[in-house]
Design a protein around this ligand. Structure first.
Ligand code: PLP
Length: 362
């Protein structure tokens, strides 16, 4: 977590532990902190304070967007093939989903998307930046197509992976619903927000005491929300410089690996990605085995696959981009963040090439 976020939250775990829905002095103090945090979050997301619904993270925000919007206007949902499971599975739960394909960079195919849109469609969900390969999606074009072909539909964007790198306030402006999650930009886990633009109706998926203007019941996670706002503020203030610095680190890492390891391929064009994403695959290597060697060497990375019920399946994102099963199973995702340093890149460049070589030697 960002130190500013830790500092901001600590008092709300001790002497300022009030419930903002109460009426006594400690509660009023918590309410004030909540209101201030809401104003910051709204500003950072290009929204009005009343448009911010606090949630318990990105998954809940995506579910509220999809399920909540579809409950108001039944009809098919449309999403891109590379959405996070928080969107894909929420759409699946509704049962009438159309999935728009992507190109080899992971960018949604606008012509194919247009073919899926008609006036019956209820929700269209296309993420701002992808969590595996970092691809930035053309949200303005998506929204324009929806307004033209499915004017009753709401546009949702999952901006969970975008916030650290992109001006979400500007880029998500064409969307009716925008989801973020604090732990992706230096806030705590288990807290997030959904922007619900004025005039957009979303039925709650959690019922209870009527908090968040009846859109999300449950006692507020004041400490988490205050910390999220602090993390947002520092992220926005330093974003340009961070993108510049981390982008250079990422380029050094990717170029270094491409030069050092034969049979290494970068996934998608770098120009389509956010600055912190480095995604590669190694011929003849299973990344699950590679991760074990990297872990031992102090490099903590992710693979391009998910283990479900004992079997290793290539990720749906890489499959949608047209990567072969072998390439997907040899994929490695290295994520950089504001805390990444030259020394981290040097370590990765020292550890990864010999690990790949060792696996290839059998
Ligand atoms: N959407 C995207 C793009 C994500 O990367 C994630 C988390 O990895 C989520 C949604 C879910 O967010 P959370 O972990 O806060 O539930």
């Amino acid at each position: 977590m960002r130190p500013e976020a830790v500092d901001a939250m600590l008092p709300f775990l001790s002497d300022r532990f009030g419930n903002p829905s109460g009426s006594h002095a400690v509660s009023r103090e918590a309410r004030k902190a909540l209101d201030e945090a809401r104003a910051v979050v709204a500003e950072c997301l290009g929204a009005r304070p009343a448009e911010v619904v606090f949630t318990a993270g990105g998954t809940e925000a995506d579910n509220l967007a999809i399920l909540g919007a579809a409950a108001v206007r039944p009809g098919p949902t449309v999403c891109s093939a590379v959405e996070h499971h928080a969107v894909l599975h929420a759409c699946d739960a509704l049962g009438d989903t159309r999935v728009a394909p992507v190109d080899t960079d992971g960018v949604v195919d606008l012509d194919r998307l247009a073919d899926l849109l008609d006036p019956a469609v209820s929700v269209v969900s296309v993420m701002l930046a992808n969590n595996e390969v970092g691809t930035v999606e053309p949200l303005a074009e998506v929204a324009a197509l929806v307004r033209e072909r499915a004017p009753q539909a709401v546009v949702h964007t999952d901006a969970v992976q975008a916030f650290s790198w992109l001006d979400v306030a500007r880029l998500a402006a064409p969307a009716d619903l925008v989801a973020v999650s604090a732990h992706k930009f230096g806030g705590p886990k288990g807290v997030g927000a959904l922007v619900v633009r004025q005039g957009v109706d979303v039925r709650p998926i959690i019922h209870g005491g009527g908090q968040e203007r009846d859109r999300r019941s449950g006692t507020h996670n004041v400490a988490g929300i205050v910390a999220m706002a602090a993390a947002m503020r520092v992220t926005v203030e330093g974003r340009e410089a961070t993108v510049d610095r981390v982008g250079r680190l990422r380029d050094g890492l990717a170029d270094g690996l491409l030069a050092a390891v034969p049979g290494c391929t970068e996934t998608g064009r770098r120009s389509t990605k956010v600055a912190g994403n480095c995604h590669l695959s190694f011929d003849g290597v299973e990344s699950e085995a590679l991760l074990v060697l990297l872990d031992a060497g102090g490099v903590y990375a992710s693979a391009g696959s998910a283990c479900a019920a004992g079997a290793v399946d290539p990720s749906h994102v890489l499959a949608a981009m047209g990567l072969s099963r072998d390439r997907a199973l040899g994929a490695l995702r290295l994520s950089l963040g504001p805390g990444s340093t030259d020394a981290d890149v040097d370590l990765a460049l020292a550890v990864i090439p010999p690990a790949v070589e060792r696996l290839r030697a059998g």
